[in-house]
Design a protein around this ligand. Structure first.
Ligand code: WQD
Length: 346
């Protein structure tokens, strides 16, 4: 059974990916310093899969502590690197904190991979590397734009670091996965996204609907789009998770044609903010209390994926539609209200 190291395994996408990896026969360990993630995620993973997952509470910016994990686990076959800060507004306020954390952790991890001959690496990137694309849907050949935030810049720099590293390490193979907008929760409602103070649209919607937030604002209704609100490509977190499993299988089976390959992870469908709200109201039966507010600085007007490359090469496809995304997100929010033990361990 191949052992996979997942960094950020106690986080939203990392945790859901661990479930998919286990269900596809992989053994998994996690490195997570719990600065953003929670051990609740590992408790939930064990409930869903029946398998306990060991987490090493290590800051990847500490090379010695990171190396110790590899020494204790000489049988690591592959690495999926999620651990990073990901708040756009926070990165604007504290750019150096983002460069230090997101880049030092990646460089340390690559050094450990080299020292321990771990040659299968999947890097968590983001559609934010495209900025405001001129051509839609956007494919992997599109030019990268000047990033809208230091967070997006750390993703662009992270991709370049992985690419340069793969050029000088002949056996090393890396896949860069550019996520569009991951949303929703595991269908069991045992695990999901834990955002205390949500910034992203879907947790803001569900927290408004459940009464945690009194109201919400639609950031801009005067854009040049079909209903004036921004367009995004919302994709279920379990579809994102399965793409990671498929990417590792692709690398382990040596199916890659280049040492560094890029894949978009989106549904290929653009959905406006107002359309998403309507989908949520239809699925939940809740009337959402929202106002049409001013634009949010730095927002991309419209972005959605051309996902043909991932579907063709990774033997991957979309399994969850928009209504299931809203349904699982809503059932997770309701589960959180019922069961405080799902909330982050303090
Ligand atoms: C989506 C749309 C908002 C909140 C960011 C990162 C990206 C990735 C996903 C990490 C936008 C609107 C939002 C609200 C609103 N992060 N909105 N009211 O900005 O597309 O992407 O998160 O990987 O890298 O950039 O996601 O969910 O914040 O916003 O109207 O209260 O919802 O203006 O149009 P975004 P988001």
């Amino acid at each position: 059974m191949s052992k996979i190291l997942v960094t950020g395994g106690c986080g939203y996408i990392g945790g859901h990916t661990i479930v998919d990896l286990i269900e596809n026969g992989f053994e998994v360990i996690s490195i997570d310093d719990l600065s953003r993630g929670s051990l609740r995620m590992l408790e939930g993973i064990e409930k869903v899969t029946g398998k306990p997952v060991k987490n090493y509470k290590v800051n990847l910016c500490d090379l010695e502590d990171t190396e110790a994990v590899f020494i204790e686990n000489p049988d690591i076959t592959g690495i999926i690197h999620f651990a990073a800060y990901k708040s756009v507004p926070e990165s604007v306020q504290y750019p150096l904190k983002y460069f230090r954390n997101n880049l030092d952790s990646l460089v340390n991890l690559l050094q450990c991979a080299q020292e321990n001959n771990v040659n299968n690496f999947v890097f968590s990137s983001s559609c934010s590397v495209y900025g405001n694309p001129t051509k839609l849907p956007v494919d992997e050949k599109a030019d990268l734009a000047e990033p809208e935030s230091p967070y997006a810049r750390t993703k662009q720099m992270g991709e370049a670091i992985c690419r340069d590293f793969s050029r000088v390490n002949p056996d090393f193979k890396v896949i860069l996965l550019r996520y569009f907008n991951p949303v929703g929760a595991h269908p069991s409602a045992i695990i999901g996204e834990l955002q205390e103070k949500p910034e992203n649209l879907v947790p803001v919607i569900t927290q408004t609907a459940i009464g945690k937030l009194p109201e919400m604002n639609v950031f801009g209704s005067d854009y040049d789009t079909r209903d004036g609100s921004c367009v995004r490509d919302y994709i279920h977190v379990m579809d994102i998770a399965n793409a990671h499993t498929k990417s590792l299988q692709y690398l382990i089976e040596d199916k890659n044609t280049d040492a560094c390959e890029v894949f978009n992870l989106g549904t290929g469908e653009g959905v406006t903010v107002l359309e998403l709200i309507q989908a949520f109201e239809k699925v939940s039966g809740e009337k959402l209390n929202y106002n049409l507010g001013p634009r949010r600085p730095g927002d991309v007007v419209a972005v959605y994926a051309d996902n043909c490359k991932a579907r063709a090469l990774l033997d991957w496809d979309i399994k969850y539609g928009l209504e299931e995304m809203m349904d699982t997100a809503w059932r997770w929010e309701q589960a959180l209200k019922k069961d405080a033990t799902k909330l982050p361990l303090k």
